[in-house]
Design a protein around this ligand. Structure first.
Ligand code: GDP
Ligand code: MN
Length: 382
């Protein structure tokens, strides 16, 4: 789950990262009031879940409350990279001497959280990583020891920070690490971390990604979700406890188990088509979950056939079969062919129930995938 800049910075601040004073506005008049309250030059910033807002006109300096109002008016009226802007952050403007980058993410290959710092802050860090990777310093963090001060100091010296700021850089690095770990984040980034004209460090921009699978233990963070962050289908899937990722193929896949879902998707490709989605309905196969899954899959107009692949371990296949029929009935029938592969406890009964209802079944996964691809390509199956 992505967090907005203002949300990320508030979390950072709770752990001790210095951020500019500022408030969020939803109307130009509110932006004006905030600018009056701050009593300084301000920067008005679009709160949308994309990067590069500065270059796209979503970050505007305003010298007076009137200017802040006008800037907010313009920003709130103009979609940014296709996304509507519903909120602006009005922050006290900072006089910038230098911009650096500081971020934390998980390096899956190294199985460590890594802290990254770069003197090339402010610009797209992805470009820096691609074109001049030597400008990014890295520190791998031992999960038991946590971030060591010497690691943060090494980064500070590595990016050429002046000596007088190393201490404060280290405490910001520690605060960011605490924010990252405590929030179960997968990314926490300050870009830019600025050196102000008064020789102080300040987090001017913030970005956080929270691991969706950890949100159950962070109800306060879960509440911060912006509906724009997901499609209606992804939302419905989440509310039903389904893992769903939309893709651009034509075979809708309904599977229990993530590994099995991946294998199923691979087979649609092997036989000449491609998956319209990843969907794992999880353990069991209750009718309400199957119904929601089918509804989500069928809402995609590109889906030409549905491939159901259920491995009934503890779940009994006859129950699953009834669940599938119930789902089809509650949707008032389905408009594309469906091929079901059911294996496990009571598979014979399960297949019989489906066959009696004229659902196409298959005994093996390759057979099911071939049939689904054939059906998607217009072949009429017996
Ligand atoms: P992003 O483009 O979405 O990453 O948005 P940022 O918040 O990082 O802002 C982009 C750029 O705007 C920064 O790198 C700064 O150069 C500039 N900027 C942001 N806030 C201020 C500010 O308070 N004062 C000044 N002078 N520049 C700012
Ligand atoms: Mn930025």
């Amino acid at each position: 789950m992505k967090l907005h800049e203002y949300q990320s910075k508030r979390i950072f601040a709770q752990y001790g990262v210095p951020i500019p004073r500022g408030e969020v506005a939803t109307t130009p008049a509110e932006a004006r009031d905030i600018a009056v309250r701050l009593g300084t030059r301000v920067v008005v910033k679009a709160q949308v879940l994309v990067g590069g807002r500065g270059k796209a006109g979503g970050v505007v300096l305003a010298n007076t409350p009137d200017e802040a109002e006008q800037a907010a008016d313009r920003i709130l009226k103009t979609p940014l990279k296709g996304l509507p802007v519903r909120k602006v952050l009005v922050d006290e403007a900072v006089d910038i001497q230098n911009e650096v980058y500081l971020g934390l993410t998980l390096d899956r290959a190294r199985r460590r959280v890594v802290m990254m710092a770069s003197s090339a802050g402010g610009v797209d860090i992805e470009d820096v990583a691609r074109e001049t990777p030597e400008k990014i310093m890295r520190a791998e963090i031992d999960p038991f020891l946590g971030l060591r001060d010497y690691q943060a100091r090494t980064l500070a010296f590595g990016i050429g920070l002046q000596r007088g700021l190393v201490c404060s850089f280290t405490s910001i690095a520690q605060a960011l690490y605490q924010a990252y770990i405590s929030s179960d984040a997968s990314l926490a980034e300050i870009n830019p971390l600025v050196v102000t004209e008064d020789d102080e460090l300040l987090a001017v921009d913030g970005k956080m990604l929270i691991d969706d699978n950890a949100l159950f233990r962070h109800p306060d963070l879960a509440e911060l979700r912006d509906p724009e962050d997901e499609t209606p289908e992804e939302r419905e899937a989440r509310l039903h406890g389904l893992s769903y990722v939309k893709l651009d193929g034509e075979i809708g896949c309904l599977v229990n188990g993530a590994g099995l879902a991946m294998a199923t998707m691979d087979l649609t490709k092997l036989y000449g088509s491609s998956p319209a989605n990843f969907l794992d309905i999880g353990g069991g196969a209750q009718a309400d979950k199957v119904t929601a899954a089918l509804r989500i899959i069928l809402s995609d107009p590109h889906v030409k056939a549905v491939l159901v692949n259920i491995f009934g371990g503890i779940t009994r296949c006859d129950e699953v079969a009834r669940g599938i029929l119930e789902a089809i009935n509650s949707l008032g029938g389905i408009s594309v062919p469906m091929v079901v592969r059911l294996v496990g406890t009571n598979e014979e009964q399960g297949r019989q129930i489906l066959a009696d209802a004229h659902v196409i079944t298959a005994g093996s996964l390759p057979e099911a995938a071939q049939k689904a691809v054939a059906a998607a390509h217009g072949e009429v199956l017996a």
